[in-house]
Design a protein around this ligand. Structure first.
Ligand SMILES: Nc1ncnc2c1ncn2[C@@H]1O[C@H](COP(=O)(O)OP(=O)(O)O)[C@@H](O)[C@H]1O
Ligand SMILES: [Mg+2]
Length: 1037
């Protein structure tokens, strides 16, 4: 945006606020000239628009231009009257406030054109409904009608508005123009009867003559040539090349039908216009008594016909005057001069009042009959400041009006701006400006002002003249600084003021007024006699304008000056309640020439339009200000903290917002209730950001809304049992219904399960908490569950065999039960085990039991030997010598094992077989039985506590058959001894000794065996002749 700004700024600056030398009038003028030379006629001072009349068509009022400015930020595009219009319109729509656009400038500066452009802009760009198009057309077409009756060619302007106009355009809540209302001010009636050289009467007369159909003119008794009419020819320019009366007539005629004028209305209206022209041509002659007469009554007849009055009464009224003397009325003839006055007064009166009627008629067609609340934009196109060579009562009124409007401007901008900064606590330097209230007071102060003095002079008894009025002024306001007359001026100033003149120092400059005609114009007197005639008129319009009640009212009507003063003050009241926009129009030259820039003329206008002061104030201040609430409301979407709602005070919200969007401190100031933004560019940037975010928000809202609508339709269809898919058939519908029911059933089931689950979990937790309490409803189920669970679990953890000692750890409450179960289980296992073993294995087991009883914890190597199963025998019968078998054939060999036998004396080792029968044990060497030990003779068996395999079989020394104890070494010592013990059937024969043992060799002789441990197994005879047995210590011992 910055770049486009720069491009636009190429020709001077488009906003005077951006001017460096903003206090210099020359710099101001230069900028205006620079732009004007490039046909850039518009420049801003902040939000005020300065417009220079180009006097040529520039092609800047096209449809595309209108579209361009529609809804765009004020400062975003080059200055234009459309921007002002659009800005007022947007503000009105968004804040629902009333506005007015004050267009001022001197005659010919382009005010009326500007107001027309604005009206067209609204007509084209505002939303519109068909039914309201009529209202729009009426608003547009009221203009040519009003211009025809109220505008005239003057020296300064070919289409000069000779009345002030304030027009309200009413908009409904949607921003559609629905109606309007027009107030007119002070129509310049004197123009009806007199025009200066080079000027014309009101356009309508010429249009009627030029464009009216033959029959119409014939009906009105008129000729086409305007030169034939005195009221039209005094300015000597009835025909003007720049004005096309014929075309204008067509426009006006067609406009009449749109704004509700009936045939009857038009007939009466044209009748009045024609009678004015006829009146102008009424000539008077002086008879010998010095009284006026009308020699040719041709015109009188026409007037009488057109106005519906009696010709002779009219004739009498124009040449006589009724004077009321106490109870009777006296009719006196008029002098020629007074008759002319009476004639002109009648013409002015009927034209003036008809104009008022016309405005009322237009208003009634613009009125909007619906009484809902409307907002309005007012357009004020009012005469600009006028300074002519000769300035009369009209200029006095016009310039007074401009003083009042300047006052409004001061109130609303300069003064208000300063007051606002003060109120908001914003630091700034006060601007010196001239307050023209003093001049307004000079003119309109009650009992003291010029208008009051003039009124007094008008009603005062005795001979009052314009001169006596001037003297009164000198007497009453002579001391005023802004008032001057020839008499009051010093010798220097004297020359420039005439004897009949007074000079006022207006805010815009000095203007000298000639008092000639002041009294007459202020009085605006219409002789009673003429008034009576007009009151009796059959012309409907005149009937409305001249009411009989007026005749009966003996009170003097208010003077023109006072009426004007009052209407101005009510105008100001209207304006003060609205938000202002200003357009200041400047006329570039006096000759209506395009591209001519008259420095002097423009400098003067810059001065009296107060543009420099306005710029100074604007520059010292801020380009934009807004109430915190409004600012926040508009831009809150730009900051996440303030969107969608800010709940704190608006001022804080604004602060947060501007911090977020990055305003620098020099760009703004925060007042008490408003934010002040210094540069326009800051505002554009914010507006741009807002526009962008607005689109995003709209898209989001739209999406949500659409979704909402779709959902509603969907739900409705579903409730109505309708199919959601346009193309599906009945069976699909049925399937969808079934599906829906099935899903419902599933969902219900799931819900039930979940409910159950919740209930169960809750119960479980409660049970767990109360698990150690005695059985109660709270833990009952939990305990059942725990029990069941434990038992079920136990299934998988019961010991698999008798030796398996593992057991599933029980919960506290089940300890007793667990013990019982464990015992049962063990018993069961044992029983099962026992039942599973064979008789043979049982015998072996019994032997093991015997071994256990003999050696457990007594002899080393027992534990290791335990796992080795016992054999029935270690020697097969085939390995036993048959002789031996034969020798002991009476006894069955129960067990045999190879052994090593040690000599009792020399301890020599000999391999032998050790055989056991039921009766005796035998030591056998091959075919010989070396020793037979009958069990009856067996005294005992000894073995050591160590892991050696030595066993000594003790025999009884008394037994002579025995050779002595047998010292044997056997590899299966536990097995051999066990077998022996079981055969002997005496448990106590086994003796496990420690250290050594003694044995019987022969009667009276004993040997010793010493047991010891060492690194390796050894058996040897030691020095003492003892048998030493060394064994290795087993790990288990
Ligand atoms: N914006 C414009 N573009 C072209 N011509 C213009 C423009 N404004 C004014 N004029 C010309 O200047 C003439 C006088 O303008 P007008 O609006 O009647 O002046 P004012 O109402 O101030 O007396 C118009 O008739 C027209 O020819
Ligand atoms: Mg005008």
């Amino acid at each position: 945006m910055e770049s486009t700004l720069t491009a636009r700024d190429k020709v001077g600056v488009q906003d005077f606020v951006l001017l460096d030398a903003y206090t210099s009038e020359s710099a101001f003028l230069d900028n205006l000239r620079k732009r004007f030379s490039e046909n850039l006629i518009y420049t801003y001072i902040g939000t005020l628009l300065v417009s220079v009349n180009p006097y040529q068509e520039l092609g800047i009022y096209t449809m595309s231009q209108m579209e361009l400015y529609q809804g765009v930020n004020f400062f975003e595009l080059p200055p234009h009257v459309y921007a002002i219009a659009d800005n007022a319109y947007r503000m009105m729509c968004s804040e629902l406030t009333n506005h007015f656009i004050l267009i001022s400038g001197e005659s010919g500066a382009g005010k009326t054109e500007a107001s027309k452009k604005i009206l067209q802009y609204f007509a084209v760009t505002c939303p519109m409904t068909e039914s309201l198009q009529i209202a729009r057309d009426r608003l547009l077409l009221s203009n040519p009608v009003l211009e025809a009756f109220g505008n005239a060619k003057t020296l300064r302007n070919d289409n000069s508005s000779r009345f002030g106009k304030y027009m309200d355009i009413q908009f409904d809540y949607k921003g559609i123009p629905v109606g309007g209302h027009i107030i007119s001010y002070l129509i310049e009636k004197s123009r009806v009867v007199y025009q200066n050289q080079g000027e014309r009467n009101f356009h309508i007369f010429y249009q009627l003559l030029e464009g009216g159909e033959e029959e119409l003119l014939a009906y009105l008794g008129l000729e086409r040539d305007p030169q034939l009419y005195k009221y039209l020819s005094q300015g000597h320019c009835a025909k003007e090349s720049s004005i096309n009366d014929k075309n204008d007539w067509k426009t006006v005629s067609s406009a009449f039908s749109v704004i509700d004028f009936t045939e009857d209305d038009l007939e009466n209206l044209f009748g009045i216009l024609a009678s004015v022209l006829h009146l102008g041509n009424v000539c008077f002659e002086e008879n010998h008594q010095g009284c006026a007469t009308i020699p040719d009554t041709h015109e009188i007849k026409w007037i009488a016909k057109l106005l519906g009055v009696h010709p002779s009464i009219l004739l009498e009224a124009l040449t006589h005057r009724k004077i009321e003397a106490k109870t009777e009325e006296v009719i006196c003839p008029l002098t020629l001069e007074l008759s002319v006055y009476a004639r002109d007064a009648m013409a002015k009166a009927i034209y003036g009042r008809t104009f008022t009627w016309l405005v009322n008629k237009i208003n009634s067609s613009l009125v909007n009959k619906d009484f809902t609340k409307k907002t309005v934009i007012g357009l004020l196109d009012i005469y600009g400041f006028e300074v002519f060579d000769k300035n009369g009562f009209e200029q006095f009124c016009i310039n007074y009006c401009n003083e009042k409007l300047q006052q409004l401007l001061i109130e609303r901008t300069l003064k208000a701006e300063q007051a606002e900064y003060e109120m908001e606590g914003i630091e700034w330097e006060p601007i010196q400006y001239f307050n023209n209230k003093i001049i307004c007071d000079l003119v309109d102060e009650r009992h003291k002002g010029i208008i009051s003095i003039l009124d007094e002079e008008c009603i005062r008894p005795g001979p009052a003249t314009d001169l006596s009025f001037l003297e009164k002024l000198e007497e009453r306001v002579g001391q005023h600084a802004h008032f001057q007359t020839r008499k009051l001026a010093g010798p220097k100033g004297r020359k420039r003021i005439g004897w009949m003149e007074f000079r006022l120092s207006h805010y815009a400059g000095e203007v000298t007024y000639c008092t000639k005609g002041f009294l007459e114009k202020n009085n605006d007197l219409l002789y009673r006699h003429l008034k009576e005639v007009l009151c009796s008129s059959k012309n409907r319009i005149l009937k409305d304008c001249f009411l009989v009640a007026e005749l009966e009212n003996r009170r003097r009507p208010p003077t023109v000056g006072t009426q004007f003063k009052n209407s101005l003050s009510s105008l100001l009241e209207i304006l003060i309640s609205k938000e202002p926009s200003y357009i200041r129009c400047i006329k570039p030259n006096e000759r209506k020439e395009p591209s001519k820039f008259d420095d002097l003329l423009i400098r003067h206008q810059i001065k009296y339009l107060g543009l420099m002061e306005h710029l100074r104030v604007r520059r010292a201040g801020f380009a934009h200000r807004r109430k915190y609430e409004h600012f926040l409301q508009r831009y809150k979407s730009l900051c996440p903290d303030t969107w969608p709602h800010w709940h704190g005070p608006p001022a804080e919200g604004v602060e947060r917002l501007i911090q977020y969007i990055g305003y620098t401190p020099e760009e703004y100031k925060l007042g008490r209730t408003k934010i002040f933004i210094r540069f326009p560019r800051t505002l554009f940037a914010t507006e741009d950001a807002f526009e962008f975010s607005k689109h995003q928000l709209v898209a989001r809202i739209q999406a949500t809304y659409k979704a909402c609508l779709e959902r509603r339709v969907y739900v409705r269809k579903r409730h109505a049992g309708m199919c959601l898919f346009p193309k599906c058939n009945q069976s699909t519908c049925a399937a969808i219904t079934l599906e829906a029911h099935w899903r419902g059933a599933l969902a219900r089931k799931l819900a039930k399960r979940r409910k159950w689950a919740v209930w169960t979990v809750r119960k479980f937790i409660k049970g767990f908490i109360n698990r150690n309490k005695p059985l109660c409803p709270d833990n009952e189920e939990f305990i059942v569950f725990v029990r069941k669970n434990y038992i079920l679990n136990l299934r998988y953890h019961v010991p698999k065999n008798v030796l398996d000692k593992s057991w599933l750890r029980p919960p506290g409450i089940l300890e007793n039960a667990s013990d019982l179960l464990r015992k049962m289980c063990t018993r069961n296992l044992v029983r099962k085990y026992c039942r599973g073993i064979t008789a043979e294995r049982k015998a072996l087991m019994q032997q093991k039991v015997v071994t256990s009883e003999l050696f457990r914890a007594k002899k080393e190597g027992y534990a290791e030997a335990l796992n080795q199963p016992f054999a029935n025998s270690r020697i097969d019968e085939g390995d036993i010598n048959p002789k031996v078998l034969q020798l002991i054939s009476s006894e069955k060999i129960q067990y045999g094992v190879p052994v090593i036998k040690y000599d009792r004396k020399g301890f020599r080792a000999r391999e032998r077989q050790f055989l056991l029968t039921q009766k005796a044990a035998y030591v056998v060497e091959l075919a010989k039985i070396k020793q037979k030990i009958a069990y009856s003779a067996l005294k005992g068996v000894s073995t050591s506590s160590l892991s050696d395999g030595i066993l000594v079989i003790h025999v009884s020394p008394e037994d002579s058959k025995q050779k002595g104890d047998a010292v044997l070494q056997c590899e299966h010592i536990f097995e051999a001894i066990t077998k022996l013990v079981m055969l002997v059937k005496r448990g106590n024969i086994v003796n496990v000794v420690q250290g050594s043992l003694r044995f019987y060799i022969s009667p009276g002789k004993e040997g010793t065996i010493v047991f010891d441990t060492g690194p390796e197994e050894q058996i040897y005879k030691d020095k003492n002749g003892q048998l030493t047995v060394v064994s290795v210590r087993t790990t288990s011992s």
